[in-house]
Design a protein around this ligand. Structure first.
Ligand code: COA
Length: 333
């Protein structure tokens, strides 16, 4: 019997500080009504001093370990992803490895796949487990957006959408008769790299960090929201159909879809296009905003804790993000 990969447990962490749309009204020309109507977001969490990408990752990872009754040394690989890291280098994966208290030098890999990071990481972890190279892998996505957003009216199209938080998942080898991950599809299209981007500081600049840099608006995220929106709907539908099709399944076979949390309207359109009823999904976007790679593990975790997803359910994860990158995973939980 060949090794397959199963989800053991999940964990999540969001900072205590709640930032409502009303609070954002005091920083920029926006309104609670606009934000809710266009995105579905009511509030998001922001870190307080002392909370970092790594500290949130540690909290989410510890919860996943505790729920599985495992200790750090039971893990033999870490896959970590974030846009905004504690240090420029080394990556936050090794900081997480240090903070979790491993007694052995388990490898830690940092990936940079933005909002698609989790579906990429899960696909990679599944391939490693199936190859026999690693038996139990910890995946963590953690993001601190709040400290690098343009909180003036100039940045309002982006700044209202993002929040801070972390999600973790532990996967391990199982036999093929147990519920397991079936398959993943991943894609990217680099011609759209500048459609959603932060371009500075850049290796193109001499010197890379100058006095002028803090005045350069390129240090903030820039986005063509309409183009991202259109591509997100199209690509998320396409990749789910591709993934289900090559596994001889159809959208109606799914018990649940966990979609990246960027915009409620994007997810409504994807589900309606595929004929999947809205009850077969769960949203955390209204309370946490877009936490990039953390949205899928956070949303999956909540749905499992609420009993919306049960062991044995057929579940798809689907995400789209900057790059553009997108992908999906298909699994029996
Ligand atoms: N508050 C109030 N008004 C705002 C605003 C805000 N926070 N942000 C933008 N606006 C204004 C715009 O300036 C524009 O004004 P104008 O008509 O006077 O020029 C108007 O609202 C409409 O903007 P538009 O871009 O047409 O809105 P939209 O319906 O496309 O919604 C987004 C904007 C950003 C919510 C939407 O495009 C989106 O969600 N895109 C995808 C983003 C995403 O998913 N990103 C992450 C991918 S992982």
């Amino acid at each position: 019997m060949g090794a397959r990969t199963r989800i053991v447990s999940t964990g999540m962490f969001v900072p205590r500080r709640i930032v409502t749309n009303k609070e954002l009204e005091s920083y920029m020309d926006t309104s609670d009504e606009w934000i809710q109507q266009r995105s579905g977001i009511k509030e998001r969490r922001w870190v307080s001093p002392g909370e970092t990408t790594c500290s949130m990752a540690v909290a989410a990872a510890r919860q996943a370990l505790e729920r599985a009754n495992l200790k750090a040394d039971d893990i033999d690989m870490i896959v970590f992803g974030a846009l905004i890291t504690d240090y420029l280098f080394p990556g936050t994966g090794v900081l997480l490895q240090r903070e979790l208290g491993f007694s052995k030098p388990v490898p830690a890999l940092d990936i940079r796949n933005q909002c698609s990071g989790f579906v990429y990481a899960l696909s990679l972890a599944d391939a490693w487990v199936r190859s026999g190279q690693y038996k139990r892998i910890l995946i963590v996505g953690s993001e601190v957006h709040s400290t690098s957003l343009d909180l003036t009216t100039r940045g309002r199209d982006v700044s209202v959408l993002f929040g801070d938080g972390a999600g973790a998942m532990i996967v391990e080898a199982c036999d093929e008769n147990s519920p397991h991950i079936f398959d993943s599809c991943l894609h990217s299209e680099g011609k759209f790299a500048e459609v959603l981007t932060v371009t500075k500081p850049s290796s193109n600049d001499f010197p890379r960090i100058s006095d002028k840099l803090s005045l350069d608006t390129a240090i903030y995220p820039h986005m063509d929201g309409k183009l991202v929106f259109k591509n997100a709907v199209t690509r998320m539908c396409q990749v789910l159909i591709e993934l289900l099709g090559r596994n001889n399944m159809k959208p109606s076979d799914l018990n649940f879809v966990v979609a990246h949390q960027a915009n409620m309207r994007i997810n409504q359109m994807v589900l309606s296009e595929l004929g999947i009823p809205f009850e077969k999904t769960h949203h955390t976007l209204d309370r946490y905003g877009n936490t990039t790679m953390a949205t899928i593990p956070i949303t999956f975790d909540e749905a499992v804790q609420l009993g919306k997803i049960k062991r044995g359910d057929l579940v798809a994860f689907v995400a789209f993000g900057a790059g553009f990158t997108w992908g999906a995973n298909l699994l029996r939980f």
